[in-house]
Design a protein around this ligand. Structure first.
Ligand SMILES: Nc1nc2c(ncn2[C@@H]2O[C@H](COP(=O)(O)OP(=O)(O)OP(=O)(O)O)[C@@H](O)[C@H]2O)c(=O)[nH]1
Ligand SMILES: [Mg+2]
Length: 451
């Protein structure tokens, strides 16, 4: 990126409805940019002072009232975006909000792109990229634990650790470069305990960050699970047991479920996007056959399959057939109906005995799911992270490794210094200090409008 300042000049004024579409008690319109004050002067019947709530009429071009409500005015740089900002809290009807937006567009603003308010906050140094992403993650979080993790990223917990690591890398590099430039006698960096201590510390730091960021990513993204199995095994009953509500229809008629039924549930804070599917068997029924086709397609796209089997029915053969049709996907065999069966399978990582009816075995199943997702038990102390961050952290680790190799095996401290410089730069991609513009645009375009 060629410096955030580049973007700040000649900024136009943007506006958007910040509340969700539909009808609500209140609807909020946000305006940001140099025209905010002029627009306030035209649309309001009061003179605004910064950071004060004003009750005002919102006027059209003839001075007629479109609506009335609260206006809030913020002066740059003391606003979310760092620009002059006007917020109108009107009544939450789509027509009213649309009329207000038309009026604001007539006064010279343009419609904001998705995430453009956050993008401006980032470009004006109000937030770094991790924090901007954390806002989107907070809004989209599927569980309380995910929301808390996003909140911590927004507060800067993740950013601080990246900056700390960057400082370590810089000081090590400065130390090496200074020694290379000025030292009278040759320093043997390989045996120098100060260098090796610094490098060890940096490596430890990267490993710990990768571990924590991986947990944060799992909490943010969750996992997708497909419930698969023969008809009547209790798949829909299992969905209901995991969700804690009777979402799916359960009957003793084999072939009850046809469509794929999707739910997002929380398993001890882990967001789980779970799909209940049609029982797999040979069927001549056109509708059922389509349901089975969809079940297989859903299975192939999931991170984990819960293969539900009826203990009483002894479904080993069916089990084997279904397993063979899902190569490479992790699965747990869930042996259901322990409450009415004398049999048990050995409980291990691949087999869990449960009763969807009584709830027996559901907690161990939840633990197994968290294990497979990679979420440490009781994990709730970290920050939210994305795949993008993890990739960059892994690349940072690689640069460090290569640098250490250059030093130890090739006795090339200047190449170590170069790798440290590259590692520092890759970390800057995470906070947004260094990032190509097209990537920035891609990140913000996934945000919602008005944010
Ligand atoms: N005793 C007992 N019955 C169960 C249990 N789980 C499910 N059932 C019964 O088994 C029958 C089938 O349950 P469903 O949950 O509809 O099974 P399914 O696998 O979704 O069936 P399809 O949608 O037809 O493929 C129902 O009569 C349930 O009440 C269990 O753990 N114990
Ligand atoms: Mg079903």
């Amino acid at each position: 990126m060629e410096g955030r300042e580049e973007h700040i000049r000649n900024r136009d004024t943007i506006c958007a409805i910040a509340t969700p579409p539909g009808v609500g008690g209140v609807g909020i319109i946000r305006i940001s940019g140099p025209l905010s004050s002029t627009i306030a002067g035209q649309i309001l019947d009061v003179r605004v002072t910064a950071r004060k709530a004003h009750f005002s009429r919102f006027l059209d071009q003839h001075g007629r009232t479109i609506d009335s409500g609260i206006a809030l005015y913020f002066v740059a740089p003391e606003s979310f975006t760092g620009e002059d900002t006007l917020e109108l809290q009107a009544h939450g009807g789509p027509q009213i909000l649309q009329m207000l937006i038309s009026r604001i567009l007539d006064l010279g603003a343009r419609s904001a792109r998705p995430g453009e308010f956050s993008e401006r906050a980032f470009l004006n140094n109000k937030l770094d990229l991790i924090q901007a992403e954390a806002i989107a993650d907070l809004i989209g979080s599927a569980t309380g634990a995910a929301a808390r993790a996003a909140q911590r990223s927004l507060e800067g917990v993740f950013s601080e650790r990246i900056i700390e690591l960057q400082k370590q890398l810089i000081s090590t590099r400065v130390f090496i470069e200074a020694a290379l430039d000025f030292s009278e006698e040759e320093i043997d960096f390989i045996t120098d305990s100060d260098t090796s201590k610094r490098l060890d510390q940096a490596q430890h730091c990267v490993r710990q960050l990768i571990k924590d960021a991986r947990q944060g990513r799992i909490l943010r993204d969750g996992i997708t699970i497909a419930i698969i199995g023969p008809p009547n095994a209790g798949k829909s009953s299992l969905l209901n047991a995991l969700a804690g509500v009777d979402t799916a229809i359960v009957t003793d008629i084999p072939g009850t479920t046809r469509d794929v039924l999707r739910e997002t549930i929380s398993i001890d804070g882990l967001p789980v996007h779970i799909a209940d599917t049609a029982g797999i068997r040979e069927s001549r029924d056109v509708i059922e056959a389509e349901g089975i086709r969809r079940a297989r397609a859903t299975m192939l796209k999931s991170d984990l399959v819960l293969l539900v089997l009826d203990l009483q029915a002894g479904q080993e053969k069916t089990c084997k057939q279904i397993e063979e049709s899902m190569p490479e996907i992790p699965f747990i065999r869930v042996w259901n109906k322990v409450d009415i069966s004398q049999r048990r399978r050995q409980d291990d990582s691949g087999n869990v005995n449960i009763s969807a009816k009584t709830g027996e075995g559901i907690d161990p199943l939840k633990c197994a799911i968290r294990d497979i997702a990679g979420l440490d038990s009781g994990y709730d102390g970290g920050f939210s992270a994305r795949t993008r961050h993890l990739d960059a952290l892994r690349r940072t680790g690689k640069h460090l490794e290569t640098g250490i190799h250059q030093l130890v095996d090739n006795n090339a401290p200047e190449l170590l210094a170069e790798e440290l410089r590259l590692a520092h730069k890759v970390l800057g991609e995470i906070t947004g200090e260094f990032l190509p513009d097209d990537l920035l645009a891609a990140i913000f375009s996934s945000f919602c409008i008005g944010k």
